[in-house]
Design a protein around this ligand. Structure first.
Ligand code: AQP
Length: 338
């Protein structure tokens, strides 16, 4: 039976954290069982904000190894590096020329990220959602797993495909691009910063203590949880808007311990932070242990990792090239058979 196709990716902008895992990669691992899954390390996106050329390649490689360590299976999914597939940049250019500028200026992530950048905002940052549209559309993806923060970008990809390409260049018989649907990620998936429960956990936050990285050793995890922001109330509770940190830490505990929020609420209703924090550290350490063991094995066998990425690259190149040629032909470029 024809399986629905899914595409997703993470930027290699630092060591992946538990937010990237619980909000994204963990869902891909489930999706690959019943979908044709493509996941890439989106290094072209990673240079839309200032980056360090000395660490980009290493982080790209380590992000791919973490996908595998978290359970992505190269027999079921194609895992590849975005910059190794030329069609992403090429389609992005074509879509740039067909996308109205005022659509881009509305993008919330651009507004938020550009404030942080001050005078150093690149055209690439404004263009980030068009590149993301190219990523998705190249693979004829049926579904794109998105969190709340990426919904607007997927909407843009749909509008570009429908209004700027298909409506203008398709023939009655042939639609050029498949219009993808969002796959809304289940609740509990947004992990907030350990130092401010109203901000999402982020790789690029300058404070390392705001996040738990997937490769943090046990003593560092314990230290970070000890330092995590709390409040002076006794008893812990979910969903009290005045206590975002309590809600966030309880959610992490609930997901990782496999206990339903209702059970966790009862367990922690009379608990103080001094008792809860060691429990949370313990579940974090044991949840991350198998990922860290697998990661160490993978990173020591670069030949095997390269083989997996090459297999993914070949498959991604084959499919993306076909879509790109379809677009190029339909908008009037002189075609030649490769
Ligand atoms: N805190 C989070 N909680 C849940 N999901 C998260 N994701 C990121 N942070 C959280 C999900 O991870 C995927 C890939 O993210 P990305 O690296 O492409 O970009 P991002 O969302 O901007 O992630 P970061 O960690 O905050 O990176 P920087 O600091 O570089 O911008 C997405 O599916 C995202 O929803």
């Amino acid at each position: 039976m024809h399986q629905k196709r899914v595409l997703s990716g993470v930027q290699p902008t630092g060591c992946l954290h538990i937010g990237n895992w619980l909000g994204a990669i963990r869902n891909w691992v489930e999706l690959q069982e019943e979908h044709e899954t493509f996941v890439c390390v989106v290094d072209l996106h990673a240079i839309t904000t200032p980056h360090d050329p000395k660490t980009l390649a290493k982080e790209t490689n380590s992000t791919a190894a973490l996908y595998l360590a978290c359970g992505m299976n190269p027999e079921k999914s194609s895992i590849f590096i975005q910059s190794q597939i030329p069609a992403h940049s090429e389609l992005c250019w074509i879509l740039n020329c067909l996308t109205p500028l005022n659509w881009m200026e509305r993008m919330i992530q651009f507004k938020e990220k550009s404030i942080k950048q001050g005078d150093n905002v690149s055209i690439g940052l404004l263009d980030y959602p068009v590149l993301m549209a190219a990523d998705i559309l190249l693979y004829d993806a049926d579904l794109v797993p998105v969190g709340e923060d990426q919904k607007q970008h997927l909407e843009l990809a749909r509008d570009i495909a429908q209004q700027r390409i298909n409506a203008r260049f398709s023939t009655k018989e042939n639609n050029i691009l498949k219009v993808p649907k969002p796959l809304i990620i289940k609740e509990g998936a947004k992990v907030m910063s350990l130092t401010d429960g109203t901000n999402k956990m982020s790789k690029s936050d300058s404070n390392e203590f705001s996040r738990i990285a997937l490769l943090d050793p046990p003593d560092l995890i314990t230290k970070k949880i000890k330092r995590a922001k709390t409040d002076s109330e006794i008893g812990l509770e979910f969903n009290n808007p005045k206590r975002p940190e309590a809600s966030n830490l309880l959610s992490i505990y609930s997901i990782l311990s496999g206990k339903a929020p209702q059970i966790v609420s009862e367990e922690c209703a009379d608990m103080g932070w001094g008792k809860f924090k060691p429990l949370l550290s313990e579940v974090l350490v044991s949840a991350l242990e198998p990922i860290q063991i697998k990661y160490k094995e993978l990173i020591q066998d670069q030949t095997e990792l390269d083989k997996i990425l090459e297999k993914g690259r070949l498959r991604a190149d084959e499919i993306s090239r076909k879509t790109l040629n379809r677009v190029k032909e339909s908008i009037g470029f002189l075609n030649r058979d490769y």
